[in-house]
Design a protein around this ligand. Structure first.
Ligand SMILES: O=C1O[C@H](COP(=O)(O)O)[C@@H](O)[C@H](O)[C@H]1O
Length: 258
């Protein structure tokens, strides 16, 4: 069988966050259309941190078919769903409470298992297996879209620099109790899941991301967690950033305006 290298990442840089918001909404709507036309559903994973507010271009957008979305979290903090640290709470406050998505289409932590991380992460993995395994019969789930952020230390989802979970090759969902960024207990997609997606999008804005974005894009050999996101062919990686974050990056910008 022919071996394909990963497609090179596509870097889109915009003047400001509002431009990212508009282009991202357009991008998500077209990924959604392609997925629904092909399979009747759209599987998407969201992150917390600064990502949820960048999804505001989806609110009131008539091309979004909310009843066809199946939403998972690329990582989640092990806290109740109404806790201020919950990624689900952030996505609910900034997006889901403002759009007609059926609650059953949002896959959240089983909060009865918050005291047992092994059981909790297994249960979330089973939730993915229910969505993907019988339908696509693949070794790893193939999300239509995974939306990620990148912390100022280069972490993404809850995959942190130097952490043993960077080497996880089998599990779909892993847990950690020693996150260097609070809260310490989290569950996270592993690289095999992230890197089997059809599309992975990083969103990063602001001058506080300038140095880490330069390092992640220009010296990927440093092996920071965000640099290890390399979707397997034909998957595609996109960066949606603002000019402030991209100010020091040498990596070529996409010549195409989205
Ligand atoms: O802790 C987390 O951090 C990352 C990055 O957050 P950001 O605020 O720098 O965008 C986020 O993507 C992840 O979901 C979250 O749990």
């Amino acid at each position: 069988m022919a071996h394909h290298s990963p497609n090179p990442a596509i870097l889109n840089s915009f003047a400001n966050a509002d431009e990212i918001v508009d282009s991202l909404a357009f991008f998500i709507a077209s990924a959604q259309k392609e997925a629904i036309d092909k399979k009747g559903r759209f599987t998407v994973a969201l992150s917390g941190g600064s990502l949820p507010k960048m999804l505001r271009g989806l609110i009131g957008n008539p091309s979004i078919k909310w009843d066809k979305w199946q939403v998972f979290y690329a990582d989640e903090r092990v806290v109740p769903l109404d806790h201020p640290d919950s990624n689900h709470l952030a996505c609910t406050n900034l997006l889901f409470s403002k759009v007609p998505i059926p609650a059953d289409n949002i896959h959240v932590l089983d909060v009865s298992l918050l005291d047992d991380l092994e059981e909790l992460s297994d249960a979330y993995e089973k939730e993915l297996i229910r969505e993907f395994a019988q339908k696509d019969a693949a070794r790893f789930p193939v999300f239509d879209l995974i939306l990620l952020g990148m912390g100022p230390d280069g972490h993404t989802a809850s995959l942190f620099p130097g952490h043993e979970l960077l080497a996880e090759e089998d599990r779909w969902i892993a847990y950690l109790e020693d996150s260097p960024k609070p809260p310490p207990k989290r569950i996270t997609f592993t690289y095999p899941v992230i890197n089997h997606a059809a599309r992975v999008v990083f969103v990063a804005a602001g001058k506080e991301k300038v140095e880490i974005l330069r390092q992640v894009l220009d010296t990927p050999e440093d092996g920071l967690p965000a640099s290890r996101v390399k979707p397997v062919f034909p998957g595609q990686l996109y960066w949606f950033v603002d000019d402030a974050a991209a100010a020091a990056v040498q990596y070529p910008r996409s010549p195409f305006k989205l």
